[in-house]
Design a protein. Structure first.
Length: 67
């Protein structure tokens, strides 16, 4: 063990910084009705008094399972 001469304390150990990068998974709400698939559009608007208003909008998409 290495000791500091000044204060006679143990020398601090250098810590290794580990950075882990991950990718964000983008998701969306989906439902189907009578063979039509719909996605939920993420949207929000600002009102006159700067409050956020969240609205839900579903839009149809062309979707077909492939086998």
């Amino acid at each position: 063990m290495n000791l500091y001469k000044k204060e006679m304390l143990p020398k601090p150990q250098m810590k290794t910084k580990v950075i882990i990068k991950t990718k964000k998974i983008d998701t969306n709400y989906v439902f189907s009705d009578n063979s039509q698939v719909y996605l939920k559009r993420k949207s929000s608007t600002k009102s006159a008094n700067s409050n956020s208003l969240h609205s839900q909008e579903w839009y149809p998409v062309n979707f077909c399972w492939k086998s």
